[in-house]
Design a protein around this ligand. Structure first.
Ligand SMILES: [Zn+2]
Length: 321
C-alpha cells in the first residue's frame, strides 16, 4: 500500500501531514450556495490567509478543504494560500448536494462516465478553475486529493445517482479516498454498501457529519464496525449540541475500540471563521476542544490519533502495489 497524500502543492509522505483538520471550508465563491445561506460565501483571500496563519500558530499543519469542483471552489486560491502559509491543503473534486448548483448547471445532465473522467483528470492532472457555470476546460497545476460526495436525507436517489457512480469509478481507478456528506448520518449503512459493492474498501470511505445529532449512537457504532472513517465535525456548533455531549459520543466510540477511525474538524462557514468576524476560528480544536477531551478523560495519545495518525491513514492513496 502506498503512503502518500496528494495536496495542492504536490504529493507528500503521509508522515508529513501532521496536525490536520479533516473537514473545513477555506474559500467558497459567491453563487448558489450563498443564495441559500449567506454564511456559505468565504471569498476574501487575505482573511482566509489570516485564518490559516492563526491555525498555523497553534500547531496546525494540514487541512482538508471540502468544497468540490463546480460549486464555488476556488482552486487557484487554495494553491496560493498553501504556498503563502505553508499549510498543506488537500482539495476536493467530486460533488456537493445538488441544491447547491443552479438549475442549468452541467452537473444535472452529465453522464456518469464523462463525469468520472472529469474527476480522474482533477486527481491526476490538476483542478479546473472554470467549472461553476461552464463545462470544465481550464486546469491549473494543483491536484485534488479527495473525492467529495454528498447524500441527501434519502441517501442515493435518481437525481444524484450519476455523480455517485462517477465518484466510485474515479476512486477505484485512482485509489483516492471518498469524503461522503451525510444528512446527520442518515443512510450511512446504505452509502457504505453502495461503495463497497463498487469495489471500494471501507478504509477509503470517510463519512461526514455523523455526529450532527446525539440520537444516532447505535447507528454510529454499527457504521464504525464496518471499518470506515467517521468524521466528528459538529464541534462548537452549539445549535446542535454542546461540546461535552460531543465528547461523550467520542468517548463511547473510544471505549468500544474505534479510536483509530475518528477524524475531527469544524466544517467552518463564514460565520465561524475569526478572520471574517466569526465566533469560533481555526484555533478552536487545539485551544478549546482538545483540552476539553483531556479534561473529560480522553488522553493525549488518543486525541493525537484523531489529529495526526488517523487523517494520515484516511487521506492517503489506497493503491495496492
Ligand atoms: Zn462541509
Amino acid at each position: 500500500m502506498s503512503s502518500y497524500i496528494s495536496t495542492v502543492k504536490g504529493n507528500i509522505d503521509n508522515s508529513q501531514l501532521l496536525f490536520c483538520h479533516s473537514h473545513e471550508h477555506l474559500f467558497i465563491r459567491d453563487g448558489q450556495s450563498a443564495k441559500l445561506n449567506p454564511s456559505l460565501r468565504i471569498d476574501d483571500f487575505e482573511k482566509t490567509i489570516a485564518e490559516l496563519n492563526l491555525y498555523k500558530s497553534v500547531g496546525g499543519n494540514s487541512i482538508v478543504d471540502a468544497q468540490p469542483i463546480g460549486c464555488g471552489r476556488i482552486a487557484e486560491w487554495l494553491l496560493q494560500a498553501s504556498e503563502l502559509t505553508g499549510v498543506n491543503i488537500i482539495a476536493s473534486t467530486g460533488f456537493h448536494k445538488l441544491m447547491f448548483y443552479p438549475k442549468d448547471h452541467w452537473i444535472h445532465t452529465i453522464d456518469a462516465g464523462t463525469l468520472a473522467e472529469v474527476y480522474v483528470n482533477e486527481i491526476e492532472n490538476g483542478m479546473y478553475i472554470d467549472a461553476d457555470s461552464v463545462f470544465p476546460s481550464v486546469q491549473i497545476d494543483a491536484k485534488a486529493g479527495v473525492i467529495k460526495v454528498a447524500a441527501d436525507a434519502d441517501g442515493i436517489n435518481d437525481k444524484n445517482k450519476n455523480p455517485f457512480i462517477a465518484a466510485s469509478i474515479a476512486s477505484k481507478l485512482t485509489g483516492t479516498p471518498i469524503l461522503c456528506h451525510t444528512e446527520m448520518g442518515k443512510k450511512s449503512l446504505e452509502l457504505i454498501e453502495f461503495f463497497t459493492s463498487k469495489g471500494i474498501d471501507s478504509n477509503s470511505i470517510i463519512l461526514c457529519h455523523v455526529d450532527r445529532t446525539m440520537d444516532n449512537s447505535e447507528l454510529i457504532l454499527e457504521v464504525a464496525r464496518l471499518g470506515v472513517y467517521l468524521e466528528f465535525d459538529t464541534i462548537a456548533r452549539h445549535k446542535y449540541h454542546s461540546d461535552s455531549d460531543e465528547v461523550q459520543l467520542i468517548s463511547k466510540l473510544v471505549e468500544k475500540g474505534f479510536e483509530d477511525q475518528l477524524l475531527l474538524g469544524l466544517d467552518t462557514t463564514r460565520d465561524r471563521l475569526k478572520s471574517y468576524g466569526g465566533s469560533i476560528g481555526l484555533d478552536y480544536v487545539q485551544n478549546i476542544f482538545l483540552p476539553l477531551l483531556k479534561q473529560l478523560g480522553i488522553n493525549e495519545g488518543i486525541y493525537n490519533k484523531f489529529m495526526i495518525a488517523n487523517p494520515a491513514n484516511a487521506f492517503c492513496k489506497k493503491i495496492k502495489e
